[in-house]
Write a protein that binds this ligand. Sequence first.
Ligand code: UD1
Length: 363
Amino acid sequence: MAGIISVVGARPNFMKVAPLYEEIKSRGGEQILVHTGQHYDENMSKVFFDDLSMPTPDIYFGIGSGSHASQTARVMLEFEKTVQEYEPELVIVVGDVNSTVACALVCAKMNVPVAHVEAGLRSFDRTMPEEINRIVTDSVSDFLLTPSIEANENLLREGTDPGKIHFVGNIMIDSLHRSVKSSTKSTALEDYCVEPSEYGIMTLHRPANVDDSESLFYLVESACMASQDTPIIFPIHPRTKKMFGKEKFETLIQSSNLRICDPLGYLDFIRLLSNSKFVLTDSGGIQEESTALGIPCLTLRENTERPITVSMGTNTIVGKNRELMISLVSEILKTGGKKGKIPDLWDGNTASRISDVIQFAIS
Ligand code: UD1
């Protein structure tokens, strides 16, 4: 019988599990690390294990890509066998990817307690696959570990038992704090020939932005316009890259100040992010990291499940509004842009607070 099984599957999971795995280990907890293999490319997975000093997963499913149903179902089939074999006291899932919901569902059916790290986030946009994953995962989890008071409120509004909800803070910031220091060894600034505070960064991978070629072209064209006075580094997610084969993208980018590169490892990305002037993104995690670092963030989505980054932090929702994007970038270059504050409990000690909540499974 194993104590705790922690699950990772896709890129945004790794920096959430790393500090918690370390904390549980330091308390002498018995744990097994499962990697579903939802993300499998070296630069979407392995490099994060190296950068975050994570151990090699004990179990690797190799699920790979596929439709939502097939990816989720394949993870469920494999994870059911793992739970049967190891009989964990607790399973920890993080975030909102397909691997998260798949493993939480398996546990719920097998009466194994589940802790969901990053519970309670809601975009109120059910066209986002992640929103469905959040709602389902929260509804079957036993420990709802939230990063903000708004997340508690969302859960309470849905009728969740208050005894299940624990406001523990933002686990990503634990990894961020550690990595900002170690990222000074990254050569990313030199590699991309940029000086601190003299460039922006862009990331795009949401299906609503990138799966339609016209929508992606419009956003990239807007970023090219915004990059007139300052370079923008654009590491391309594999989902986005698939759409980039077309000639019109090449022509557009060649005549702009947008610098395209492959997806970056964690330390290289944090090195570039922490020294950047601004960020354009549709990622959830980067909205939080930029708030924690005090870097202005323009979110290229119509909504966010992380509203605290707007109300307290440096985030502004821009959607596909080209004029707004260009005027905000120009304002940031002139004045430095939106100044924010750090939300409560985004202090680098969330892994410790989570471990206190789940101590029964550690000792
Ligand atoms: C997934 C998550 C999303 C998260 C994102 C971070 C879900 C529903 N979505 O989206 O919440 O923000 O990860 O990256 O779980 N691919 C590769 N190499 C890889 C992984 C994927 O080439 O290592 C390609 C495949 O062609 C695949 C496509 O990217 O079809 C999309 O991958 P998938 O795991 O389906 O979703 P993401 O868009 O990465």
